[in-house]
Design a protein around this ligand. Structure first.
Ligand code: HEC
Ligand code: HEC
Ligand code: HEC
Ligand code: HEC
Length: 159
């Protein structure tokens, strides 16, 4: 091993450290198993979400799904940006229990207030995002290609 190899190795290591803070990117798989770690247990089968395909083949822009802390669409998002997971803001795992809705109604909460409360629940936010687009798309294109039914997204759970 020559002196040059050692210098080269040292340069490589230095570069790796230098690159660290620049790449504060959030990694994302092309296909995501939607099994959020915030859940103790998933009641339903795990949804397979084709993240890359949605963007590239179905031509869905980042801002259709990702937004900032005010709910404003992040239309200029790029791969390599720092991206927050939905659960960081839609914090409570699962759907909103019926009892919560009943209490809100008993306290004369407005539709808007109920909706805002609902969005605190992760599964409600996800369903609203995924299913509302699928519904519109199917209706507009007279197709069933975008899944709307529970079992089309959540496969039957293996016992
Ligand atoms: C159809 C909806 C949709 C579109 C379009 C979309 N994303 Fe996502 N993306 C998601 C969802 C949902 C998650 C969270 C997945 C999870 O819970 O693991 C996610 C996760 C990510 C993550 C990982 C963050 C994390 O939680 O670890 C990155 C990075 C990302 N997206 C970037 C992008 C970029 C850049 C674009 C546009 C080029 C884009 N996404 C388009 C829905 C979408
Ligand atoms: C940084 C915090 C934050 C993150 C991360 C986040 N949201 Fe939101 N989300 C919000 C806020 C704030 C609103 C607006 C609530 C309102 O208008 O009352 C919102 C609204 C929504 C709505 C309702 C939109 C409407 O038009 O009614 C849906 C659906 C939603 N988010 C889904 C998601 C999904 C899916 C993800 C992950 C891909 C995500 N959110 C990530 C903060 C966030
Ligand atoms: C803004 C529109 C939009 C949003 C948001 C969206 N989708 Fe889709 N999705 C589509 C379209 C369009 C298709 C494909 C229709 C076709 O095949 O022609 C599709 C197809 C699918 C399919 C079947 C084909 C495949 O690629 O696996 C699954 C599963 C799916 N979506 C899951 C999701 C999930 C989960 C979310 C939420 C995290 C989501 N989608 C959000 C538009 C959307
Ligand atoms: C377009 C796809 C899609 C459809 C259709 C759909 N879901 Fe979901 N659902 C999701 C995604 C994505 C999550 C988030 C899971 C995660 O990230 O961990 C979720 C989460 C859930 C959760 C919380 C997680 C768990 O397993 O306990 C429940 C419960 C649930 N869905 C029930 C339903 C029911 C009931 C229906 C039919 C009325 C339905 N879903 C339809 C995509 C879908």
């Amino acid at each position: 091993m020559g002196k040059r190899t050692i210098i080269l190795a040292a340069v490589c290591v230095a570069l790796m450290f230098a690159a660290g803070p620049i790449y504060a990117a959030t990694a994302v798989d092309d296909v995501i198993k939607m099994e959020n770690k915030a859940y103790k247990e998933h009641e339903k089968g795990i949804v397979t979400f084709s993240h890359k395909k949605h963007n590239e083949e179905y031509k869905v822009g980042c801002g259709e799904c990702h937004h900032d802390d005010k709910g404003k669409p992040l239309n200029d998002l790029k791969m390599g940006d720092d991206v927050k997971n939905c659960i960081e803001c839609h914090k409570t795992p699962g759907k909103m229990p019926g009892s919560v809705k009943k209490d809100l109604k008993a306290n004369k909460a407005s539709k808007k207030e109920i909706k805002a409360k609902e969005l605190e629940y992760h599964a409600e936010a996800l369903h609203e995002n995924c299913i509302s687009c699928h519904k519109d798309y199917n209706k507009k294109n007279k197709t069933k290609a975008a899944p709307q039914a529970c079992t089309k997204c959540h496969p039957k759970k293996k016992k």
